[in-house]
Design a protein around this ligand. Sequence first.
Ligand code: PHB
Length: 399
Amino acid sequence: MRKTQVGIVGAGPAGLFLAHLLRKAGVEVVVLEARTREYLETSPHRIRAGVLEWGTREMVARAGVGDRMVQEGLGHGGIYLAFEGQLLHLDFHALAGRGIWVYGQQYLVTDLIRHHLEAGGEILFSHEVVGVEDLEEAPTLVYRTPDGRLERLRCEFAVGADGSHSLARKSIPGIQVHQKTYPYAWLGILAQTRPAAEELIYASHPRGFALFSMRSPSLARNYLQVAPEERLEAWPEERIWEELSLRLSGVAEVQPGPILEKSLTPMRSLVVEPMQHGRFFLVGDAAHVVPPTGAKGMNLAFCDVAVLYRALVAFYKEGEASLLARYTQEALRHVWQAELFSYWMTTLLHTAADPFEDRLREAKLRHLGESLHLQRFLAENYVGLHTSGRYTHYIPQSA
Ligand code: PHB
């Protein structure tokens, strides 16, 4: 049977970043990924939020894998909130002392794969993990090879980084799942046109929420709140542009253009406890899911990785196991803070079916428009002052 020090299930942002860091620290790592490299790098089904908190950007840059992110990403000093016909700019530098960075998740995954492979790291694509055994002594990943054989990888530690539909999560005995679903979904488009504004616009409108984001100065990424059972076929291009335009009317201009990709994203919140068992650990979406409104998903995954990386290095370099034992406890602090913020942003901006709740929501928005206190709460959370901002120094500055 094959052996390694750390086995990682999943080559998403969390698994790849951890693999890169551990390899650089001299720890032997193997990543097992069910999909092909091409799918991860180019599938339109994987176009995810492109907002990096300043701390996440800093971690990536410190780790020496941020060359393209720095060159091609866009620095933003804030966001806009649109409601009741007004456009409120939240200046993050003034409110929280930091900005954010817009760079697509898929681009970052592509960069991480390239860096890891070029440095001699190992990623086994098209190798699907189908079970995890012996979590307490020597976690063993059972996987299917591309030609259909079942094999085992025996690890000193293993990490489940296999996303929101995680199999790894299910292998932890007695795990608790805390979750909530929301009565709406997002219809997202990627379109070849100039974005509605130079920064993101979060628009709350009586017809529903809309978000105006971007991937580049000529590539817009927009979303519409729709019913959870909505079908994509019900939304031809004209209807999408008309609705985006209505939800932004009086505030900014929407410039229609060819739609390159359409998708539906369900909205849910989920946290599992504990995030570890024996010598097995969960990171990223495998352990928690946030609705996309706060753009926290990937940032939260990088926070987990920073905490777990520091704990694993303390074990391998100093024989110190106490940080590993406290992994869940430390991670749940940033997890619940991001869950709170994502829930807050989501329920603040989406129309509710209950008219009473909806009036309360409008009152909250008006209050936010007038209260520097609330604006600062939003800004500090959005830039991740107390989440990724706390962990940047866990990542060693690479030469
Ligand atoms: C995106 O650009 O895809 C995006 C931006 C901000 C969000 C969610 C998604 O809150």
